[in-house]
Ligand binder design. Structure first.
Ligand code: BGC
Length: 825
């Protein structure tokens, strides 16, 4: 068996795959944009338009760090509007902005380079700290207004950037609007008949100033939308597509309204540990249960069309509820899609439950004016059981469960009450991740009126405890599924071979790193002689993170031309000039990946079918370029809007998160031998000091909020790969947690794939390599000689046994042997 050389090609023409993926990306953009406010200003037919703001011409397509995608080109908001037939009256302001942006980026590169020199080896992974922030742009001048005489409207695009290794700074207008932006919005609102505010950010920004500014006619959460952002935006502005996106996370009235707001990350004065005092009350679970009014609630989103939602039937089959919901487009002009959401309010008992939790959702097709559609919303009561630590079991307590349906977490109508006659255990587990200190969790006031749905439902159903069979788990060390091919190779391997298999080859292995140019790493090529391929692992989640252009020299050597590391290319010691090639001196090779909307934007479509198609589209590119593991989806819970990587994640709600992750996973894995890697497992909810911070929470919170989405992605999506996180949970680094990597993941959820570490997350002062292998974290990434040495020593010191090593080796081997790439070797 021989390693497959790069599949990048000298041809530089747009391929049919690229074109098809662009069309799909544009469809997703238009579905993921959320219309937050509109007094009728939107839609607007093509006309002369005043366009301002940081994201107008330099639209941010996604966050920074490993979530970057290097596509052929991206369509800015300005370009999208021009393509749709608008003429832009503010060219001068926009070109001035581009000059300013270039200057600021150059200053940032230099500052970063200086910082890098003083960063310790274990903390290099945090070198991106304090991400680049887009300038706000100059003040709108009288000349800009004069040039815009006759403009039919003004669109002002506020942009915010965030990314890996640092959380958004509350004091630096990363969450708030700056004074310059507020002043500009005031100017625009008084000068133009219609002013539309657009937010180009991966997470909420504070919109409280607009209450005072007045004269803002519409607000659009554009989010960060990948390569077709501008075109999809224009589809919404012109009304070619009616908005149907709904928020996956609550926008508070003000930052301080968020639970434990000032204790988040660096705000409490240190980042050593993070106490999850809000327990299960994350996002709308908090606002609803504590009676706090948000600005825009979870699930909220306007349309140009109007819809009537009703229910025609609610059926209960043992524990499975099917609610048939009818949706009618009652508007006379606009067509559109509508999302419907089903929530359950569980009775209080031994466990205090949230006011309501999302249990199912669905979306219509495009409905023409007057058209109706029925949708069945289905869920199983066992999926909404609460976790009782004292009996280490999931329980459904006796009492009334109220099912409500509606269009957001605040706008619901109660549809049925299901009464359970006795408390039952739905699942008996073993306790995991014990907390090592006292945690003062917040609790809502009992009988809070906010928890009472109204009016009371008209349908009453009975659920019998005797119909519910309690699930029991077997916690014996799981074996890799008996697999003769894997066993045959395994038998031949020496200790030194096995150590290589459970380690990647590092990021600077020149033989491999550029074989799939831009790959985050590869598995070992040491076993090619045994028929085991070296496979490539590439980032996501907005697409494939690949090197766009490389060059092959006459001697066969391959070098990258453009850098996937972008802003970091001037960092001394990390990327050397000599690592880059010159297209003039060899054959240029190209590979263009599609940049789809970021995770947050995809989730805002609430359209699992569309998301699965995006998974398939990315999978087609994996096959095209020879990638085996996609290092995505990112599916941490959006616990606080300041988290630097929220843009990569889906939602504050575990069910929505899990369903979206399961959908994209199914799409990715629709090509046998391509794997989705669900990450970062788990509770990686802040970025500052990400590789050392300690997430402290009760087991109930961990299971109900932070693990639930991962469980859905494994059980419903069939995820074949998991990436552990950098942080600790209750003082144990996640790669070292047997409870997480084996007990929950494999014994309870039946996972049978590979668990890998996040990049450089093990080391002297970090998670331990030997303990990772013992825990069932099979693959140490990116690996390399230094890591193999550390692991050898850990084995000597008794941190893991040869049997532990063999088990992890078998799992990595099995994945590699079943990789899609094998067919081509
Ligand atoms: C990120 C991961 C990513 C990995 C490989 C890390 O810094 O946390 O999400 O997959 O790098 O690029």
């Amino acid at each position: 068996m021989k390693t497959v050389l790069t599949k990048a090609t000298p041809g530089n023409d747009i391929t049919p795959l690229e074109s098809a993926n662009r069309a799909l990306a544009r469809e997703a953009v238009a579905e993921g944009i959320v219309l937050l406010a509109n007094d009728g200003a939107l839609p607007v037919a093509p006309c002369p338009l005043a366009l301002f703001g940081a994201g107008a011409a330099s639209t941010i397509k996604g966050g920074t760090g490993s979530g970057e995608v290097n596509e052929r080109y991206s369509v800015s908001i300005e370009q999208g509007l021009v393509n749709a037939g608008f003429s832009i009256t503010t060219d001068k302001w926009l070109r001035d902005y581009e000059t300013l942006l270039e200057k600021k980026q150059e200053e940032f590169r230099k500052a970063l380079a200086r910082k890098m020199l003083t960063t310790s080896a274990d903390d290099r992974i945090n070198f991106m700290a304090e991400g680049f922030q887009y300038p706000y742009g100059r003040k709108i001048a009288e000349d800009d207004i004069k040039a815009s005489e006759g403009a039919c409207a003004c669109i002002y695009v506020v942009a915010r950037q965030a990314g890996e290794s640092s959380d958004r700074n509350l004091d630096k207008f990363e969450y708030h609007l700056s004074q310059d932006e507020i002043d500009n919005l005031k100017t625009a609102a008084s000068a133009f008949e219609k002013t539309i505010l657009v937010i180009n950010s991966g997470a909420p920004v504070d919109l409280s100033p607009i209450d005072e500014i007045g004269g803002i006619n519409a607000v659009v959460f554009f989010c960060q939308q990948g390569m077709e952002g501008g075109n999809g935006f224009a589809d919404i502005v012109t009304g070619a597509v009616s908005p149907s996106g709904c928020l996956g996370a609550t926008w508070p009235l003000k930052y301080e309204d968020i639970p434990c707001a000032m204790e988040y990350s660096y705000l409490k004065g240190h980042t050593e540990f993070e106490e999850y005092k809000e327990s299960i009350y994350v996002g709308y679970r908090y606002y609803d249960s504590f009676g706090v009014k948000p600005r825009y609630e979870f699930g909220y989103g306007l349309s140009y069309a109007n819809f009537a939602i009703g229910y025609s039937d609610v059926k209960l089959d043992k524990t499975v509820v099917t609610t048939t919901v009818s949706i009618t487009n009652t508007s006379s002009v606009h067509s559109g899609k509508k999302t419907v959401q089903l929530y359950v309010s569980a009775p209080g008992g031994k466990l205090r439950r949230e006011a309501k939790g999302l249990a199912a959702f669905g979306k219509t097709d495009v409905l023409a004016p007057g058209e109706s559609q029925n949708i069945d919303l289905v869920f199983d009561f066992r999926e909404i059981a609460g976790y009782d630590e004292s009996s280490s079991s999931y329980i459904l307590e006796k009492g009334d469960y109220i099912i409500s349906i509606g269009e957001s977490s605040s706008k619901v109508l109660s549809a049925a009450v299901v009464t359970l006659d006795e408390t039952v255990m739905t699942e008996v587990c073993s306790n995991i991740c014990p907390i090592d200190r006292k945690l003062d969790e917040i609790v809502p006031v009992p009988n809070d009126t906010a928890t009472q749905p109204s009016p009371m439902p008209s349908i009453s159903l009975k659920m019998n405890a005797s119909d519910i069979v309690t699930k029991e788990h077997n916690y014996d060390q799981p074996k890799t599924e008996a697999d003769p091919k894997t066993d045959a190779v395994l038998k031949k391997l020496s200790l030194s071979d096995m150590l290589k298999v459970v380690n990647g080859t590092g990021i600077f292995d020149s033989k491999q790193f550029f074989r799939v140019p831009g790959a985050a790493a590869h598995t070992t090529s040491h076993l090619l002689k045994h028929g085991v391929p070296d496979v490539a692992l590439c980032d996501g989640p907005a697409g494939l993170r690949l090197q766009r252009t490389s060059v092959r020299y006459k001697n066969g050597k391959l070098k990258p031309v453009d850098t996937a590391l972008r802003l970091h290319d001037s960092i001394p010691g990390l990327v050397k000039k000599s690592m880059y090639g010159n297209v003039e001196k060899g054959t240029p090779l190209y590979q263009y990946a599609s940049a789809f909307p970021v995770g947050t934007a995809l989730a805002q479509t609430w359209n699992a079918g569309l998301i699965e198609r995006i998974g398939k589209a990315i999978s087609a590119e994996m096959v095209e370029y020879g990638v085996t593991f996609w290092l995505a989806p990112g599916m941490n819970i959006q616990r606080n809007p300041l988290c630097g990587r929220n843009f990569e994640y889906y939602s504050e709600d575990p069910l929505l998160t899990g369903k979206v992750a399961a959908a994209i996973t199914r799409g990715i894995q629709s090509n046998a031998g391509c794997y989705a890697t669900i990450k970062h497992y788990a509770a990686n909810n802040q970025e500052t000091n990400r590789n050392k911070s300690n997430s402290i929470m009760s087991e109930r919170t961990l299971r109900e909020i932070y693990l639930k989405g991962f469980r859905i992605a494994v059980e419903e999506g069939g995820a074949k790969s998991v990436m552990t996180s950098y942080n600790k949970i209750n003082s144990v680094y996640t790669p070292n947690s047997y409870d997480l990597c084996t007990k929950a993941l494999r014994c309870e959820w039946g996972f049978d794939g590979v668990v890998m570490t996040d990049w450089f997350s093990t080391g002297e002062t970090l998670a331990n390599n030997g303990l990772a292998i013992k825990a069932g974290n099979d693959l140490i990434m990116p690996g390399g000689r230094g890591y193999i040495k550390m692991l050898k020593k850990d084995m000597k010191d008794g941190r893991c046994t040869i049997d532990d090593l063999r088990l992890c080796t078998a799992r990595v081997l099995k994945s590699a042997l079943e990789s899609r790439i094998v067919k081509e070797m």
